[in-house]
Each structure stands twice: as C-alpha cells, then as structure tokens.
Design a protein around this ligand. Structure first.
Ligand code: 3H9
Length: 721
C-alpha cells in the first residue's frame, strides 16, 4: 500500500493474478487497512505484472476446500467503502477479476486490455455478483451477450458500452491514481452499481423470450449458458440482494453439475498438450522453435485455400503454389474471396489491404520460388505417389533447414519423408476443414522428425491461433483412427434396423454438433469410397468371390459403397444418407428411397430387422471410439488422454461440456465401459473394434484409477518388460 492519499492495492499471484485464497485474503486485508487509515483518502486496485486478474483460481473449484464463493462479500466491501476505489485495468480483467472491477467506483483501462466474464466457458456463471452488477451498468442486452458467450471485450468496446470510464494509452496505474485524487470527496452513491436500477427496455419480456431461444439453440446441451441467462433475468425482476441469492443458487447447481468439471478439465487439458513430449525423450522443455518469416502452401484445393487464409491472417508472408495456371487462377479467386470474408469479420476493414499486398501473398506455378521459404505445407490430395514426388522435389529446391510439412489425414509420414534427403525436417500437419476456421492442428512426428521441427510446428499452431497436438505416426493418426470404429458402428446399426436420422439424433442429443450421417453427407461419401477402392476393399480390385459383408475375415458393410455406386455422394449431389432440396443443398430430409433401399438390403442379406434403442446407439458408437483411444495410449501414439480429448473437442465436434471421449469414459466408469464392450463383442465377434483394449482391461483390473493416473500404469507395465 502506498503512503500517499491514494492507497494502492496490487493483486499479485503470477502468472495471471488468479484470486486464490491467499490473494483474496490479501485483498480483504488491504481494503480494511485502507479503510482504517485516516491518511488514506482513496484506493486504487491494480494487478501485478501488467495484468489485472484472470478471476477465481479455477483449480480451487475442484478442491474439497472450495473458496471461490467468498469473493462476493469482498466485492461488497469494496463497493461499500466510503473512500473512492478506482480499478486500473491492464492486460486482462476476467471473471472474478472483472467482478472486482465492477465493485469499484471507477474503472480505467489500458487501450490494449481485454475484459470479460468467461465463466460460462468453464461451465459456471459469474458468481461474485457480476450477473447483477453488469446489467445495471451496461443494460440487459449487452450484459446478456457478454455473460452468455464469455467473449473477451477489447478496451475500446468496453468504453463504448460504458463498462469502463476511461481508456488510456500510457500508464494506466498513474492515470488511475490521478483519477482517484480527482474524485476524493465526491458523492459515491451514484457510483455504487448495486444501488442503480437495471435500465428498462420497452419490450423486456419479448426481448428475454427471444434471447432464451437463441441461448438454448447455441448451447447444444450445455447447461451454463441457460443458467447465466436465468441469473441476468433475475436482475430484471428482483432486488439486488435477491438477485445475488438467485445467482448463488444457480452457481451451486452448475458447480455440482458435472459439466463444470468436464469444461474445467478441458481448459487445463488444452494447456497440458502444449507441454509435449515424445517417447524418444524430445520435449517442449529442451526444443526451441525456429522463426517462420515466410511459408509456402502447395496445392490450392479446399484444404490449401484454408491454410493460405490462415497464414495470411496470422500475418505470415505466403507463397501459394499450384501445378498449372488454370488451377492457380481458380485457387487465387477462392483465396481472395475467403480473405475478403475474413477481413469483413475482423475489426478493421483496412486489413484487406494487407491481404492484397503481393509481397506478402504470392501466387505461382514455379517451384523455384520456394528457395527462400522457411516452411512448406504440402496440401495436395491424398495420394502417396504424388506426395512423394513433391517431397523429393521440394527437398532439392528448398534451403537446408526449411521445414517440410504434409497435410495428410492418414498417410505414413515416414514413407513421405523417405523421398527426401532431410527426413528430420519432415512433419505431418493435419489441418481440419475449413482450415481457416477449425482450431485443431494434429502434428505428427515420424521416426526421424527432429525436436526442432515439432517445436516449430507447435509454434506455427499458436501463431495461427490453433491448438497443436503432437501425436505419433499410425494410420489415421489419433483423430481419424478413433473415428473409423465410430462410423463403422453407425453403418452396422443401419444394417441391423436403424435409420440415419435416428442415429444422428441420438448423437446430436448427446451434444455432437452434427451426427455421423449428416457429417458424411457434408464431407462427401466419395472421399471414403476412393480410399476404400485404393485399399482394395471395394471396386475393381476386390478379388472375385469376396463375400459382400466380409473383408479379411471381419464384418464389413458395403452400404456406403452401394450409395456411391448409385451416385449418392451427399450434399454435393443432393442425395446421400438424406435427400436435399438440390445438389449443393444443406437441409437434410429423411429419404423414403433410402429407407426402402435399406429394407431391400436387409432382405437380400437375410438380416432380421430389430428395434435399436437410444442407449445401444450411443454405446455402440461411442464405446469403440474410446476403446481405440485406449489402444492409442498403450501404443504410445499420444502421451496422455488429454491429447485425445483436445483433438476430439477441437477437430470432431465432440461436446466440450462432456470433456472429450476419454474424460467421458472416466465419468461413466471404466468397468461399465468394459462390460458393455464385452457384451457387444460377444454379440458381434467378427467386429475387432468391439473387442476391449488390453489397456482398458488392465485399468479396470487396477481398480478404475482416475484419468490423471492412467499413464502411470502404462509406464509401470513397460518398465517391467
Ligand atoms: C471465476 O472467476 C468465478 C467467479 O465468478 C467467482 C465465483 C465465486 N485459475 O492460458 P494461459 C493458468 S472463474 C487458475 O496458458 P494465456 C493456466 O492454467 C474464472 N489458473 O496463458 C496456465 O498455467 P500453466 C474465470 C489459471 O496468456 C497459466 O495460468 N476466468 C487461471 O494464453 C497461463 O495461462 C477464466 O475463465 C485461473 N483463472 O491466457 C479465465 N487462468 O502455465 C481463464 C489461467 O501451469 N484463463 N491460469 O499451464 C484464460 O482465459 C487465459 O488463461 C488467459 C491467459 C486469457 C487469462
């Protein structure tokens, strides 16, 4: 605390000044001392290290000695102070941090500061009176938006909304002290938000009704947004004190809902995967990334276009290369369109100029232009021979030390690297479509990939505002490998009597943004068909006499192949597992043709149709996906269950409030997952994906340990070998 008329209280708990029990205690002590000291005429609260505060300590919510709830009374204490209290917001003021600032009588923010109430994203609501103060300060529509989305508000927007009183470009703390000195002696009543009425709207009821519909629609089964809504609604109907009681009641429901645990697990999982390691001992600790001053993308199909857009948005100069002028011009047009759309979404429309700067985005058909780039991302279609040809070429042309990345969803990184003179520079970077939107980047190291290449790819992910997850090299890597048995089961369920719309509905009710059949129609059935033809599972290379529903002694469903033979490729042809209004249409409608086709198919193959209930649909689809995950962990393809979960949440539309497939398995309980897999496997002995993983069995035998301990059982096992 300073000796002058203005007492300074500095929140200090590195790295983000989270409001731990100790930090809260220090805040309370500081306030009481300032109050008791007659020489103190005003108080200024700021954060250490250029950050106000990231809010309550999230780890505290899962500890048995939960303390977060104590923040509310401290904020009341701030507001009740007879001496003016000014918040100096630098860096971030999030969650409980912003709630502290809302308790202050004045708020000054640095122009680069960001504010928000992101509790909803970790399954909670602002539980320190924020749902009652914010609507009083900025009105119900803006408060509802901030609280139900959790988005971060830049200081300039905060000023427009009236969330802060002033924005400064220079020293925020000094400006706050100046303001504190200025307001000494002025009446504080009008500055106490709890005493203000919530600004009225002419049509409040109708507004709230519509807002609720919107909030529910976007929640996909997540509870927190709706309860955030209820808390704000309470502010419009009740006194401040009653509203606070309602807020606490709703907060406690969320805290014990299970969804908050899942979302908080996902928050920490996303951070844990940044600390990557490989079985050979390479790790984030010892490896340093190389700077990427210039990158190149080869192939301007759907993936390449998205990747170029992503690089330009990250302000990395890019060379975009195609095999001929016709494809180049098509690619250029598409990229420009994407960039214009992105520029419109961004704050400053002027960004467009930067996108069009030819020195930063160059289109070419000349491989020699790649001589000076630091990193190349090859994004041609999935064909090993073509990829090898390209890698051989670029390893000759690019400067030594350039990183050679391949965007593949399944192909062997080592085989691609074998075509080069520098396999240590080769790495897989699996983007997800649309690549400028989807957050996941699966980063695949091969046998020879250097630790520097991995660190550089991780750094690239960060620059592109994506989550990089480092995984080993196997067919389909982590994401698609776990997806195969899921999709396979969905099709088997159709054979046995279900319908695409029934299966999609169950998985969408579970929380997936889109069910497997709608997804397949969107992605195009022809993609998998081409791959299966390549693998000799269907088409001309299938040996004569192969049974229709069996391959290599295992159950196989030819249904997707038959749909393709009928020209049903999904949305692009207007027909797939569903029918659409036209080719390229997006509204899926159940198709009587398909139902009829399925009935005939079952007759032909003497399959007795049976009713399949929701529980079986869910378990048959999800349990084999998790089962594959246990195999992946046992093989060392990923270094922990968090990796699989981060991949599924960010790349496959897995509902975040269910924490990811491995977290979900842990909440169901591994003994139950195992028992169900055993049951289904006995009923379908010809389906290897249903056979329980040895690692899953081991974990059950070891007494179903918590997820954070799973990997220790694996290392003990391998140590013994
Ligand atoms: C709340 O406030 C409830 C209230 O309403 C009151 C209820 C009564 N707690 O992300 P980073 C750690 S709920 C504990 O890598 P960045 C993080 O794990 C809270 N730890 O950096 C990491 O640790 P490590 C509402 C936290 O610069 C390190 O700090 N607030 C917390 O990319 C650095 O983090 C939120 O939801 C925390 N609150 O991003 C804000 N925050 O180094 C959550 C961070 O060991 N936080 N850590 O891996 C964020 O959104 C980002 O961390 C932030 C910084 C934007 C702050």
């Amino acid at each position: 605390m300073g000796a002058a008329a203005v007492a300074v209280i500095r929140l200090r708990n590195p790295p983000v000044n989270a409001l731990s029990l100790t930090a809260l205690q220090a805040l309370e002590d500081g306030l009481k001392r300032a109050d008791a000291d007659p020489s103190v005429k005003a108080v200024m609260i700021c954060g250490e290290n250029g950050k106000f505060s990231a809010g309550a300590d999230i780890r505290g919510f899962s500890s048995p000695k939960r303390h977060g709830i104590a923040l509310g009374p401290i904020i009341s204490l701030i507001e009740k102070s007879e001496k003016p209290v000014v918040a100096a917001i630098e860096g971030i003021a999030l969650g409980g941090g912003l709630e502290v600032a809302l308790g202050c009588h004045y708020r000054i923010a640095h122009v680069k500061a960001r504010m928000g109430l992101p509790e909803v994203t970790i399954g909670l609501l602002p539980g320190a009176q924020g749902t009652q103060r914010l609507p009083r300060l900025i009105g119900v529509p803006a408060a509802l938006d901030i609280i139900t989305t959790g988005r971060h508000i830049p200081a300039t927007e905060a000023l427009k909304l009236g969330l802060v009183d002033e924005v400064v470009e220079e020293n925020t703390v000094e400006a706050a002290i100046r303001l504190a000195n200025k307001v000494i002696g002025q009446p504080l009543g009008p500055r106490r938000l709890s005493l203000k009425p919530v600004p009225k709207l002419p049509n409040m009821e109708a507004f709230l009704r519509e807002a609720l519909v919107k909030v529910k629609k976007q929640a996909h089964g997540c509870l927190a947004p709706e309860l955030c809504f209820q808390a704000v609604k309470a502010a419009t109907e009740q006194t401040f004190a009653d509203g606070v009681r309602k807020e606490q009641e709703l907060f406690n429901i969320l805290l014990t809902s299970g969804q908050a645990q899942a979302l908080q697990y996902a928050f920490f999982a996303e951070r844990a995967v940044q600390k990557w390691t490989t079985p050979s001992g390479a790790s984030w600790k010892s490896a340093s990334p190389q700077p990427i001053h210039k990158a190149a993308v080869i192939g301007l199909g759907t993936m390449g276009r998205g990747i170029v857009t992503s690089l330009v948005k990250a302000n990395i100069p890019v060379v975009a290369l195609e095999q001929n002028l016709e494809y180049l011009n098509m690619g250029r047009k598409a990229v420009m369109l994407l960039l214009e759309r992105e520029a419109m979404k961004m704050e400053q429309g002027a960004q467009t100029l930067r996108f069009h700067n030819p020195a930063r985005l160059q289109f070419t058909v000349d491989f020699d232009v790649l001589q000076d780039v630091d990193l190349v991302i090859e994004a041609v279609f999935e064909n090993m021979a073509l990829k090898k040809e390209i890698f051989q070429k670029i390893s000759r042309i690019c400067k030594p030390g350039a990183f050679l990345c391949t965007n593949t969803s399944a192909l062997n990184i080592d085989e691609i690297a074998s075509a080069t003179r520098c396999p240590q520079q080769v790495i897989g970077t699996h983007f997800f479509s649309p690549a400028h939107v989807m957050r996941l980047l699966e980063i695949i190291y091969g046998l020879h990939t250097s630790a520097t290449a991995i660190a550089t790819a991780m750094q690239l992910a960060k620059a592109l505002k994506k989550v990089g997850v480092v995984v080993g090299n196997c067919f389909g890597f982590v994401g698609n490998r776990m997806m195969f048995p899921y999709v396979q089961q969905a099709v088997f369920l159709l054979e046995e009597g279900s319908r695409p719309e029934a299966i999609d509905q169950v998985l969408e009710d579970f929380g997936f943004k889109i069910g497997p059949f709608r997804m397949s129609d969107l992605a195009g059935l022809d993609v998998g068909w081409r791959s299966r033809k390549g693998q000799g599972l269907t088409g001309a290379s299938l040996p004569p006499g192969t049974p229709a529903r069996q391959r290599h002694g295992h159950r196989y469903s030819p249904l997707p192949d038959l749909l393709c033979e009928n020209g049903r490729f999904g949305q692009k042809t207007g027909k797939g597992w569903y029918q659409y209004e036209k080719a390229g249409g997006r509204t899926a409608k159940p198709d009587p043709w398909l139902h009829n086709f399925l009935a005939q198919y079952r007759d032909t193959h003497h399959i007795k149709t049976r009713f399949i209930d929701q529980e079986e649909i869910l378990e048959r689809c999800l349990f084999p996906l998790m089962n594959e995950g246990f195999d992946i962990l046992a093989e060392g393809i990923a270094s922990g269950p968090e990796h699989l979960d981060v991949i599924y949440i960010n790349g496959y539309g897995w509902p975040k409030h269910r924490g990811g497939p491995m977290f979900h398995a842990s909440t169901i309980g591994l003994p139950r997952v195992l028992a169900k897999l055993q049951k289904y496997s006995e009923a379908h002995p010809d389906v290897p994906g249903l056979r329980p993983s040895a690692f899953l069995k081991k974990l059950v035998a070891m007494g179903n340990p918590p997820l954070k301990d799973w990997m220790s059982y694996l290392s003990r096992q391998s140590n013994k070998l």
